[in-house]
Structures are given as C-alpha cells and as structure tokens.
Ligand binder design. Sequence first.
Ligand code: PHB
Length: 396
Amino acid sequence: MGDRTVITTQVAIMGAGPAGLMLSHLLAQAGIDSTVVEIRSREAISNTIRAGILEAGSVNLLVDSGVDNVLRNGHEHEGTEFRVNGVSHRIDFKGLVGQSVWLYPQNDVFDDLAARREADGGDVRYSCSNVDTADLTGQPKVFFTDEDGKDFELRAQILVGADGSRSHCRSAIPESERRWYFNEYPFAWFGILTEAPRSSPELIYANSEHGFALISQRTDTVQRMYFQCDPGTNPDEWTDEQIWEQLRLRVNGNGFELKEGPVTSKVVLPFRSFVAEPMRYGNLFLAGDAAHTVPPTGAKGLNLALHDVRLLFEGLDSFFKSGSSAILDAYSERALDRVWKAQNFSYWMTTLLHTVPQEENHAFFRARQLGELRSLLDSEHGRAYIAECYTGWQTK
Ligand code: PHB
C-alpha cells in the first residue's frame, strides 16, 4: 500500500451508472463539484443489456440538461398493446392521459451521459477497487484504489450512494437506522436479443395460459423479447427453436405472427422487489437501485433512479447555494412517495400478467386473473389507470 492522495470535493458519488452520472452532470451545470467513483469499467457498464423505456419526465430531465440524443435516436411510443390469449387491446397513453413514453435503451442513456461528462471534464473514475466509506454522519470519506493502482482518500460534504443493487453504501448504514423490505417471485424472465425486423409498431405485453411474454424493440434490425421462465433456468441449455416455440405459444394468434431471426443473446433475469428506508443516513443519500429494485414488468427501474436524482439535485443545489437544508431534508420522504407507487405498480403488473406455477388453486387464479384483465381493459378508467402509472406520475 502506497501513500494515499487526498482529494476534496463537494459531492462524492459512488457509482457511475445513469443515476450517478446524471447527478454529477446536473451538479456540474449548477457549478457544484463532484467526483464519481465506480468499480466497473466504462465498457462493462456500457455493454450490460438493460431495459429500454423512458417516461416523458425522464426524457425531459435529459433533454433539459442538454443531453438530447434520445430525441434523435429514441422512438416515442404513444401507447402499448396488451395481448390476452392472443386478443389484442391497445392502451392509448396519449389519448387517455396525454403522455407518451420513449423507447431508448439504458445503455444509450449511459453512453450519452458518460460522453457528456468526459467532454465537460467531469471527474469520473471507472475501474476502482478497494472501495470503502467512513464518517457518514460527519465529513464523509471514500477510500479507493484507481485503475493505475494509486490509493486515494476522497473527502466530501455529501456522499451519494448511487452504486446499484449490490450497493456498498446502503450496507454502511447501521442496521438500527434502516429498514429493508423484500419480495421474491416464483418466476424470472428469459431475455433475448434477436436479429429480426420489428414485429409491431409498439411494445406487446402478452398474457397467456402458457405464461407471460414481452415483445420490445431495439433497432430496425435488432429486437428485445422476454418470456416468463422458472428462476432456475439455464439459458445456455435453450436452442433458438425452443425459445421461439415459447414466444409463439404466448404471443401469436388471430393472424398475428412474430418476426423471427437468430438469437444473439440469452439471459435469465431474476425478479425481486426491494426498498431500503430511509434513503438517507447523516450525510449519505441513496439514489436509484442502491435504494430500490423493482421487477421489470412496469419498466420503472431507470425512471425511478432518474426521479431520485432530480429530487436529490434540487436539495443539493439549494443546500450549496443558500445553505438551507430544508429541501435536502425532505429528499427521502419525497423520493419514497414515488418509490412505493412504482413498487406497487411493478408488483401489480407482474401478478396481473404472469401465470403462477401449477398449484392447487391454479384454475381459480387463472380465471380470476382473466376477470381482472377484462375489468381493466374493457374500462376506459382501467386503461387510463394503467396509462397513468406506466407513463409516470406527476412529481409532488
Ligand atoms: C426493454 O425494452 O428491455 C423493456 C421494455 C419494457 C419493460 C421491460 C423491459 O417493461
């Protein structure tokens, strides 16, 4: 161990995912210094396939801060399709609640923010190791070794834990000062990328007796699709033909057929709901997946993270400019208001659309589920409720 170089900044940010980089970018625009410490390499983050739907509020946050590739390379979706036993029902977001969403993959959000931070001379350190934190209730410190093997001590007034679902920062909060909520699900998603044209202009959320499937998109020639599977599934054991058979069973019918192609990526994504409360301890603030994870059915993960960042930025901006901590002090409560709405929506969409493993009351569960789907989809109020939650709630 060599000598430690001490660096000081106003805000230390753990994690250079979209949440950490977005916060660092907003702070820089407000003239507030930050240093971002990340354990993964920039390439590893950029290459991790993540979800793809941005609420209008997330798009506005990016565009208003000058990161606007989404407007050129993303696709605005004014609605989505629910397919129940092969019968399609459109949820007209724009017509029902006046909002739309954008299909723009999280990797692209990351690439845009990373490029912008680099162009603006932001202090973002990827590929760090030996990361540790101290003095969270006083002047927070982050210890780390950079990619060249040099040891640093980063001192800040505020530490932000935007370090993802395996957050180090979250675990640094004493057990007596926090509460963790969990829910696990008896299924997972099998996710693929396929070289094929788009099958439909909008996303398709399909419910069938064979299980759930989601037909999403990436480009004119690459598509993203998922189907419900057992959490123990090994994706390498599945052939393309077996995958397409499952997707066909769940989505095709009544004249509609998926456009098929070679499968170029296969992954099994476990489902989990998690919340860490409060999202603050002393001068440590948690944001994004570090504080909460949702099952992907409601497309809320990245949107919640960006919403946290928006609220946290408001608090930090006011704190550093006027010395008032009132907005910062309200951060956890304000953020959790939306977190629990999104937890509910993600859980509810999941139980609405997935089939439970065979069990004694399977027949009752399935018939009740179809009744719930009919009562929602036959009702303008029901469709509007889905549209309101999916496109994102107004900020309080
Ligand atoms: C995706 O495109 O990866 C995607 C879209 C909607 C979801 C989840 C994932 O709900």
